[in-house]
Design a protein around this ligand. Structure first.
Ligand SMILES: Nc1nc2c(ncn2[C@@H]2O[C@H](COP(=O)(O)OP(=O)(O)OP(=O)(O)O)[C@@H](O)[C@H]2O)c(=O)[nH]1
Ligand SMILES: O=C([O-])CC(=O)C(=O)O
Ligand SMILES: [Mn+2]
Length: 658
């Protein structure tokens, strides 16, 4: 693709923080309004405003929009107000064009098929841009690629943007989406403005964030996180657009400038790449803010669990992508008398309160969940949530206007129903290819979840008593264990590994390190990140207890040893009894406190092979210890905080004695 030329060469520097005169583009005082007005008018030139009153935007937003419009050259600007009417208008247009298909069996549900080349996050093209490399990555030995964080120098970043953004919205509309992550005005909440030329993104951001006009009133003249997104296919389009889904897979770049609180995303319309409030802002940028301000931005669900005695406990849990967060967050307990309520299913922002407890908010307003495997049997609460006002991406569709994906086989009443797969081809039950893409997703408003917690929008959050780490570990790792201390818990989170899934572009199934379930979302040097966690244990802080779970251990027959889903309440029960100080239900092992035989309630479960599920095979763990040592030495090296190194040394000694 050639770079479109514009009259003013100064504009080919989209990343700059000062204008040609050297004046800062970020600091605008109210009395400088007339300057802004002049700049803005000049910059916008003849680009019309299709919707909204540009001059009612806060000055900094005006300047941001005008700047980026001048750079991207859209055919018009559309300022979103978040209203129902607006959503209807956009939806209607997309249905007319064929980009969205109404799923007639439900109320206001739509199917969207992407270009099959744009179906997941692209980790290899996601970057952090910092002046110093080691702000982003750890010091690894010569020849060892850092695994956490992906660094791009500012000079290269400038060239990459120059080669993509000028004129990239030609012939398209630039939507301006003001949004709040977290309840608007809340003490931990943060505001962003996303510019995008994708209307799918507009509709999805409405669901996933609090996108409304009030955000701008709350923002005033304060700073905000700047999000710039383009599908990267200016008109006229020279290549074929597949499924009405413009994208530019060869040229994808998702780049973050943490110091400037800025995100640039080009070439992909897919969830984690394009809904910039989610992974880019709420994890990569927010973890930087959190570090500066002394809190945590983590890839965690938040759940409230009420025991039969009426007492409620809040738990946060970090599992890598497609490893069970949404399912655990909405768990339907199989044990009588238990109640689970969902606060969040993917991201937690957590801050210690004055009372010393760790309070968590869910910065999002919707669920962007994995569709395959979601059914009335596995996750009835998610199913109830997406019966209306939801967008389904890359799922299959029945001739009755219903969604379909792997895992719904038993719920299809008419076995001869006609199905169209995610690629748009006819498909029959029993066909060898998957009907839905393995990373197909539902996007649904959290407020529709029947078990959404009444405090899910509490601006101050809910107090967390336990943090759980987990991943897909087919071998060796017991169903659950408790770590010995905050520091041992951090070390255990740092050792997290999981089998790769379809949530990103990795091919095949290999067990990869995914420390704290944050490998793809790490916003700064992983050693410093661990240090930040370690240092949170201070003063009156009541640090949560830390656990590790594994729903995915397999037996010799290759089948899961644990039934999972609603039965996971049995593990939560054990965890909560431990929180309550029950000692005789746990026994110390090399890696932590494992349930004593029979201490997990298995009543009514049928056959469960306890020994196979809970054992610590010495050979496995000795091998693992060597591998973990290598990981910390190579991947964290001199950045490893001494406290975590001590845990590594001690665990290694314990394992040697197995
Ligand atoms: N065997 C088994 N599978 C599970 C369990 N919980 C979830 N899964 C499956 O794992 C896949 C992903 O589950 P999710 O709950 O959507 O995972 P997630 O961590 O929220 O994923 P992201 O949205 O990518 O962050 C789905 O296909 C689920 O059916 C469980 O307890 N046991
Ligand atoms: O970011 C996405 O595309 C979806 C998601 O939640 C994840 O992968 O963890
Ligand atoms: Mn996720």
């Amino acid at each position: 693709m050639s770079t479109p030329t514009t009259a003013n060469p100064d504009l080919l520097k989209p990343y700059r923080d000062t204008d040609a005169s050297g004046a800062s583009l970020r600091q605008i005082s109210a009395d400088a309004f007339y300057v802004v007005n002049e700049i803005v008018t000049k910059r916008l030139g003849h680009i019309p405003i299709f919707k909204g009153d540009f001059h009612l935007l806060p000055y900094k937003v005006q300047r941001f929009v005008a700047e980026k419009a001048e750079l991207c050259r859209p055919r018009g600007i559309y300022i979103c107000d978040g209203s129902e009417h607006e959503a209807e208008e956009i939806t209607h247009k997309l249905v007319e064009r064929g980009m969205l298909t109404p799923l007639a069996a439900y109320e206001n549900n739509y199917l969207c098929r992407t270009d099959p080349k744009d179906v997941a996050r692209v980790e290899s093209k996601t970057w952090m841009v910092t002046p110093d490399k080691y702000q982003t990555v750890t010091h690894t030995p010569e020849g060892v690629e850092p695994m956490m964080g992906h660094w791009m120098p500012p000079t290269q970043f400038a060239d990459e943007l120059d080669a993509r953004f000028p004129g990239c919205m030609a012939g398209r509309i630039m939507y301006v989406i003001p949004f709040s992550m977290g309840p608007l005005g809340g003490p931990i909440s943060k505001i962003g403005v996303q510019l995008t030329d994708s209307n799918y993104v507009v509709l999805s951001m409405r669901v996933m964030t609090r996108a409304s006009h009030e955000v701008l009133d709350a923002l005033g003249n304060n700073d905000f996180v700047r999000c710039i997104h383009s599908v990267g296919l200016p008109r006229p389009v020279r290549q074929k657009v597949i499924n009405h889904w413009p994208c530019n897979p060869e040229r994808v770049i998702i780049a973050h400038r943490p110091a400037q609180r800025e995100i640039w995303s080009f070439g992909s319309g897919y969830g984690g790449n394009s809904l910039l409030g989610k992974k880019c802002f709420a994890l990569r940028i927010a973890s930087n803010i959190a570090r500066d301000e002394g809190w945590l931005a983590e890839h965690m669900l938040i759940m409230g669990v009420t025991r039969p005695n009426g007492k409620e406990h809040f738990i946060a849990a970090a599992f890598p992508s497609a490893c069970g967060k949404t399912n655990l967050a909405m768990l339907e307990p199989t044990l009588p008398g238990w109640k689970v309520r969902c606060v969040g299913d993917d991201i937690a922002w957590m801050k210690f309160g004055e009372d010393g407890r760790l309070y968590a908010i869910n910065p999002e307003a919707g669920f962007f969940g994995v569709a395959p495997g979601t059914s009335d049997k596995t996750n009835p609460m998610a199913v109830a949530t997406f019966q209306k006002n939801s967008i389904f991406t890359n799922v299959a569709e029945t001739s009755e206007g219903r969604y379909y994906w792997e895992g719904l086989e038993d719920e299809v009443k008419d076995k001869n129903v006609e199905i169209t797969d995610w690629l748009g081809n006819p498909w029959k039950l029993g066909d060898p290819t998957p009907a839905a893409h393995p990373n197909s997703r539902f996007c649904a408003p959290a407020s529709q979840c029947p078990i959404i917690h009444p405090d899910w929008e509490s601006p101050n959050g809910v107090p967390i008593e336990a943090i759980i780490f987990g991943g897909r570990r087919p071998e060796g790792v017991p169903l659950v264990f408790e770590t010995f201390s905050w520091k041992h818990g951090i070390f255990t989170g740092g050792c997290l590994k999981s089998e790769t899934t379809a949530a990103a572009e990795h091919k095949g199934k290999s067990v990869m390190h995914d420390p704290m379930a944050m490998r793809p979302f790490m916003g700064y040097n992983f050693g410093k990140y661990l240090e930040h966690w370690v240092h949170l244990q201070k003063g009156n802080h009541q640090v949560p207890k830390i656990y590790h779970v594994n729903w995915f251990r397999k037996g010799q027959d290759g089948k899961f040893l644990w039934p999972g889903y609603g039965e996971n309440i049995r593990v939560i029960d054990w965890i909560i009894r431990r929180l309550d100080g029950e000692e005789n239900i746990g026994e110390n092992t090399a890696i932590g406190v494992v349930p004593t035989k029979g201490s997990i309630n298995l009543e009514g479960l049928g056959v469960v092979n306890w020994d196979e599920l809970m054992s610590l095979p010495p050979d496995y763990w000795k091998q693992d210890a060597i591998e973990v040592r290598k990981f910390f030495e190579e991947q964290v090296g001199p950045d490893l905080p001494p406290e975590v190194r001590t845990e590594l040394d001690e665990q290694e000694k314990r394992i040697a004695n197995l």
